[in-house]
Structures are given as C-alpha cells and as structure tokens.
Design a protein around this ligand. Sequence first.
Ligand code: BGC
Length: 249
Amino acid sequence: MDTHPAHVLGIDIGGSGIKGAPVDIHTGTLLAPRHRLLTPDPAKPGNVAQVVTEIVRHFDWDGPVGCGFPGVVRAGVTLTAANVHKQWVGADAAALLSQATGCPVRMVNDADAAGMAEMTFGAGKGHQGVVLLVTVGTGLGTALFVDGKLVPNTELGHIQIEGVDAETRASDAARKRDDLSWKKWAARLNDYLHTLERLLWPDLIILGGGAVKKQAEFMPLLTLAAPVVPAQLGNDAGIVGAALAGVVP
Ligand code: BGC
C-alpha cells in the first residue's frame, strides 16, 4: 500500500463497529473500500487495540493513522467513555494503539473528526461564523467551529435538560430504546437543538451520524432559527475526519 504522506488510514471506533479506510486527505476520498469489524465486547482498550490492528493489517498499512474515539481526547489520552468501557478513562490511547499497530496513531474525538470532514469537504465547506455539527447515533456528539476553527471536545450531548442528560433522551439509541415514532422523537431532538441554539446562536447547524440516513422522517419537523442541513459525507465522515487528524502538524 502506498504510504505517501497525503494518504492516512482513518479509523472510526464506535459502540457497535470499528471501521477504517485509507484516505486521500487532500480530496477527502477513500482510496479503498472501508473495512468494518464488530466492536469487541467488552470494548476494553486491549480488545479494541486488537481490532484496530486487524484493520491496519487488512490494508497492509505502514503509515500514519488517525483514530476517532467516542469520548473526550486530549493529547492522545481518552478522558471520558460514555458508551465504551470505563477502562478508557485516563488511558494513553495514542500510545497504546501506536504500540499495537506499529504505526504512528493520533487520536481525536469522533464528532470532532466528523465535523472536520464536513467543514473541509462537505456541508460546512467555506462557512464562516459559528457552525455546530451534531452527530445523532448511539450518543449525541457535537463539534463546534468558529470561523472554520474547531473548539475541541465540546461535550454538548451531555447538557442537562430538566435534570436529564440530553443524550439519554434525544439520541437515536433513545428513539429505539423508547420505541418512539419519528414525530415523537423529532420533538425531543427539536427541544435539544433549541436549547443549544439559545446558548450558542449558531449560523449553521449540520446534522450527522447514523440517524441522518432517515433525514426525511424528521428534518422537516425541526423548527430552528438557523438553517439545519444534513451532513454530506454520510458514513464516511468519521473515517475521513480521523484521517485528517492523523497528520502530524
Ligand atoms: C460522547 C462524545 C461522542 C458522542 C458520539 C458521547 O456519548 O461523550 O464524546 O462524541 O457520544 O459518539
């Protein structure tokens, strides 16, 4: 496999699947079909490192790797783990995965990764001002940009609304868990987004994550003042954004 510096292996660690593909970071295109493996259960760091290594081997990869993680990441260390094993809290994930794979691995929050991909190649491209991306899936992830610059690790999926963590009411997992109609769930998502809008006054809201495949079912029901648009890179945003983060600055 070509390991030209413009090519980075992007890997997206999620609650149910871990997927990756080599990415041309100048165009945002995948250089090979994505490879997806199941997230091990329990998703402890050591088990996940094995799966990440399998993905690296699948592509016969020997260059930089960027890895999206569903929690706060600072300087390669994972600091929260809402939907993965608590052993990740405080783990030096970048060091662990670099050692396991033999490649230089850089870590980034998964929503920040998706946001960077959308701002560079997708729905946020060229947008100045305040742009808020919300990924709606197992969790609620957020990425906040000011004039194109990321404010990292905004954990706005965990704001409390009426004493309840927003993610537990308005994520796609909550829709499935509570067996809600699209209309009922859209009302919850709408409340959540209105709360964010009152606090941040974004100029643009981008919705990403798994739920966006069904955007026709709920996007017309949202009543935000800011324009709300679907993410354009779909399922690939996490991989492409992780690859962008994988480049040594
Ligand atoms: C985590 C975030 C993550 C989001 C989406 C939340 O539970 O706290 O860090 O971005 O899920 O995976």
